[in-house]
Write a protein that binds this ligand. Sequence first.
Ligand SMILES: Nc1ncnc2c1ncn2[C@@H]1O[C@H](COP(=O)(O)OP(=O)(O)OP(=O)(O)O)[C@@H](O)[C@H]1O
Length: 702
Amino acid sequence: MSEPGGTTSDVGRDVGGGVLGGGVLGGGELGDGVLGDGAARTPWRAGPLLGAFAAAGVLTAADVRVAERLGALTGEADERVRLAAALAVRAVRGGSVCVSLADAVALVDVGDPGPGRIEAGGREAAGPGPGTPDAGPAVLPWPEPDAWAAAVRASAMVADGPAGPADRPVRWVDGRVYLDRYWRDEQLVRHEVDARLAAALPADDAAVRRAVAARFPRPADTRQRLAAATAAVSRLTVLTGGPGTGKTTTVARLVAVLRDVHGTDLRVALAAPTGKAAARLQEAVDAELAELAAASGAPRPAVLHASTLHRLLGARPGGGTRFRHDRAHRLPHDVVVVDEASMVSLPLLARLLEALRPDARLVLVGDPDQLASVEVGAVLGDLVARVPPAGSLPARLAALVPDDAPPPLTAAGGTGTGPTTTGTGTGPPVVTDADRSDDARDRRALRGGVVRLTVPHRFGADLGALAEAVRRGRADEALGLLRAGGPHVQLVETADAAPTAAEVGGVRADVAAAGAAVVAAARAGDAAGALDALGRHRLLLAHRRGPAGVALWSAVAQRWVTEAAGADDGGGPWAVGAPLLVTTNDRTTGLANGDTGVVVDDGSGGVVVAFGTAGAPRLVRPHRLPAVELVHAMTVHRAQGSQFARVSVLLPPATSPLLTRELLYTAVTRARDVVRVVGTAEAVQAAVQRPVRRASGLLFPR
Ligand SMILES: Nc1ncnc2c1ncn2[C@@H]1O[C@H](COP(=O)(O)OP(=O)(O)OP(=O)(O)O)[C@@H](O)[C@H]1O
């Protein structure tokens, strides 16, 4: 398991390590080399069936090699079974937990570009990826479905159903095919989450009511009060909402409510998937808690430290999938809050749930409409969308905060128990029309401890409306809002996918102004000022390479800044004012992959690099730094968990497989004040119309 921003070979390691490292088949058979760098270029000896899928670009060499190896190790020669395994490996590379064999045909049919093209972390594959135009069901020798399913279920490679043997590398559950390791993680999450929701916690109702009312006094704070009450009586709270809807504020006050009720000794951990997000969380929560204390005349509470999830769990040197805290060595905390939970992968959530004390409260906070984890799973989205088991939570909340809790769903509306499931009890949930409204969905999700905040407090109305149109998949509306523009929204509609110099004139002005301000502050030795200026504007792209990629545009932006700032040192990585991105995790300095900093004059002829926030800069000497690169532009994936006053997003051509609804939504919502979208109308529409689909079994009853 790698931290966010992990490479494709990290994902490969996950697959190989999971299948074999778990001891199922003996160690080390599938090392990094199988899925690691260069695998796609390595020739392989595929049988005719897998060879056909590989030749069509649906499978990569890595998919095929893993499947063939598993076949050899389990004595399974049937190519149809190996094909199912290869499709499961392919699914994992694309972020899915499993593959539904029935859907696999349709996915390729609709031109799914495949995970080889949409790599984890938004990386593009070096060579042509799966889903090249000539791939399609007409030319692919798909096995006959019933015979295929029967062969898979009967195979020695495959465990059939949840009760199937525990020592098989692949598992079949109701038509879904998993690499077994991910099925186990999914089961763990399912069981732990359901156990947390099964029974509401006892609480002093009067004390909870008093604290909730005191901490959220405004009449309009309804959903925030509901969230705090949920955290008071549920061992799982999922707090969701778009940017600026008050999630962080709610977290701080929710902690205050829990302390009011349970005492200030309550051990609270704040965590986030990235160091950057953790720093933001800590700063915001501490500021809010200090303000609350000041307002009530209480002494300022001790600072609540936030850390990355990996650090909280006790990552071991060298990474790996095991942490110091696990089922045998639980975390000591009474409350664990995880921000930016949309970036948490299924395996990482599984490890966290294992490490939590059963009586500890878990509060997951995030925006499920953003890009999901760079690794496997879209677990926040799944927890919000799944049909939770019936529990006592809604009734408990209705009793505790009657004015804020929505009335329970009624059977008359067909929604009394939420969407029904098909007769076999194993099919997908059937959702009636009455269930589809936001209101019905929110009420149903409350059974799962999910509270969605809906009122944006920070966004300009035009920016909020744009984000909402993108989130809801309304392409024409999103394009209309962009074209109409406003104080917080700009569209530079380009004639061609590649913008002209005139079309990026505004981007250039913003890049140059922010960059020159960074350089000026850095030259003056003003670390806080440099970090502040660094957050004024960010250029975002979908791709790393190519004409619409970070590599090219970062170089262009660097030239703009160098010209604007009159830098005479070429703007290299140690030039004063150079913006740096950390590209690996480093225990010595505590810097994490994704942290950004600025090279600052140290006042005595040398330089230091300032990281952290303007409020609390951290200075690190260059020789102590882990791997860094210049960051005049970054991918949208990288920007997740950060916000900037102004954002310019350069869209790739409409045909780019990276151009998805989640990507555009995440890009747009990185802006605190103004977003500028540069691209063709087709690109905007293509993005909004293309939601990412990640297969997972969490949405199903088992
Ligand atoms: N109930 C409320 N009434 C008025 N203002 C609020 C309320 N809750 C939060 N705010 C304000 O709204 C702004 C955004 O809140 P906050 O940062 O908590 O949102 P967020 O959802 O965490 O945003 P992001 O996703 O961008 O981190 C802050 O200025 C906060 O003080």
